[in-house]
Design a protein around this ligand. Structure first.
Ligand SMILES: [Zn+2]
Ligand SMILES: [Zn+2]
Length: 314
């Protein structure tokens, strides 16, 4: 089947003052025909009417750029678009999250917000991911298996995995290093492991929110050894963040992205040389309750974001 490609985010005439061409390019959204890729104008007769119109009106110079973008997008096999996401959500397994944050409820609410890929990222545990995976499948959205690890330095790191099994394996390693502190629900809140029908299956014996025994280097290396990736969480927060704890990003810790709470803070941090140029940014909710979960609108993940490599394989 011919892939449907959207060009709404691509403006080949961005630097042009020619408003006609800019309008044509910006409003174009059509089925790419392989004939277009031949760049042979004599085959324009084979185009459908909208394609023909576009092919005639987009100047040849711009069309070359169009075609290279189209080729790259087509090669992404069905992911040739951006995806609405929320990749940082806590279920009621996290002691600080509300008890009604069940995997099925999270998936349902985010589906209503048009989410296409979500991640349930509980503190130091992946035990609600099997239920979350089933719930996401029921709602037709993708689950990127995740976890928010609290490192030995008290830095929150989002870890994303290629499978629920890999996340569970990492969760077990983390759990072994947690201090043996029993969670008192009256102080810390409940820690519920659910099935996909919101039935409580278990309550872990250790408090999950504490710092684990692995430093940030070990957490990153372990995650990557399982085919996953790590993203420092809420770097613009005053606590439990990479920058609030270390004050800088060490050269030997390279991340492809950082999560921000405030989408407008990236430039400020970059200008202070606290973060490298070209770093990707994520803006997830870090929701611990339904009110935060239902914010609108959701951000979109770029089609060429490295996380897409994990998401495509789910
Ligand atoms: Zn956090
Ligand atoms: Zn969090």
């Amino acid at each position: 089947m011919t892939p449907q490609l959207s060009f709404t985010s691509f403006s080949p005439a961005r630097n042009s003052t020619d408003n006609h061409h800019k309008k044509v390019a910006l409003t174009a959204s059509f089925l790419t025909h392989c004939v277009l890729l031949t760049r042979d104008t004599k085959n324009i007769a084979e185009f459908s009417a909208p394609q023909k119109n576009l092919a005639i009106h987009v100047p040849f110079l711009y069309r070359d750029q169009y075609i290279s973008k189209a080729l790259v997008r087509a090669q992404t096999k069905g992911q040739a678009r951006r995806m609405f996401y929320d990749l940082h959500v806590h279920s009621a397994l996290s002691p600080c999250a509300d008890n009604d944050m069940t995997p099925a409820t999270i998936a349902g609410f985010l589906a209503l917000s048009s989410a296409e890929v979500i991640s349930v990222t509980d503190h130091n545990s992946a035990l609600n991911l099997p239920a979350a995976k089933i719930a996401c499948e029921n709602y037709g959205i993708k689950l990127l298996p995740g976890m928010e690890v609290n490192t030995a330095e008290e830095i929150h790191i989002l870890c994303y995995f290629p499978s629920v099994e890999a996340a569970l394996e990492m969760g077990e390693k983390i759990y072994q290093t947690l201090p043996d502190i029993h969670p008192d629900p009256s102080i810390w809140g409940e820690q519920f492991v659910f099935d996909s029908n919101d039935r409580v299956l278990a309550k872990p014996d250790k408090l999950l929110a504490f710092a684990c025994g692995f430093d940030i280097y070990t957490v990153k290396a372990l995650t990557e050894s399982m085919g996953g990736v790590t993203v420092p969480a809420h770097v613009d927060r005053d606590s439990y963040s990479l920058l609030s704890v270390l004050g800088f990003l060490p050269d030997d810790l390279s991340f492809f992205a950082a999560e921000f709470v405030n989408p407008h803070k990236y430039d400020e941090y970059r200008l202070k040389h606290l973060l490298p140029d070209g770093l990707r940014t994520l803006f997830s909710s870090d929701a611990h309750n339904l009110a935060r979960l239902t914010r609108e609108p959701l951000p979109k993940l770029e089609w060429d974001n490295p996380l897409m490599k994990l998401i495509e394989k789910l």
